[in-house]
Ligand binder design. Structure first.
Ligand code: 2BA
Length: 109
């Protein structure tokens, strides 16, 4: 068994969750925040048999798309750093960031 940790954009999480339910892939959704953009994203925890890992990866790849988001970076107008204006900088996010870990044991009580 493996534990798949998949960080996806909130916009993709609803459809991905629906697809998991359709094919009986069990998942837990966590509301998370990206450390860089400090924007909300969704982390799925998926416990899955080894032979179904590729199926899950295929679904994640199909339903999670890359998008451009903008972060605002303060720019100083003078050397004294007295006045600032914000410049939107485009950042490419996703489709998905996925970690796969071995599961030593699995219990449900
Ligand atoms: P964030 O940390 O908010 O990062 C959003 C996007 O900003 C990243 O997209 C990447 O394109 C960019 N970015 C992140 N750190 C950067 C840096 N130090 N310098 C320049 N650009 C940077 P993704 O790579 O697709 O990551 C999307 C989200 O997945 C991340 O949101 C974070 O929540 C998670 N993530 C990505 N890599 C991770 C890792 N190695 N460990 C844990 N979480 C990770």
């Amino acid at each position: 068994m493996k534990l798949i940790i998949a960080i996806v954009q909130d916009k993709d999480s609803g459809r991905l969750s629906d697809e998991f339910n359709k094919v009986n892939v069990r998942a837990t959704k966590l509301s998370t925040t990206g450390g860089f953009l400090k924007a909300g994203n969704t982390t799925f925890l998926i416990g899955i048999e080894d032979e179904r890992v590729q199926e899950v990866l295929d679904l994640i790849e199909e339903y999670c798309q890359a998008r451009e988001q903008y972060m605002t970076s303060p720019v100083s107008l003078d050397v004294n750093m007295d006045s600032y204006f914000s410049v939107p900088i485009p950042v490419q996010v996703g489709g998905a960031t996925v970690f796969i870990m071995p599961v030593e044991s699995f219990h449900q009580f």
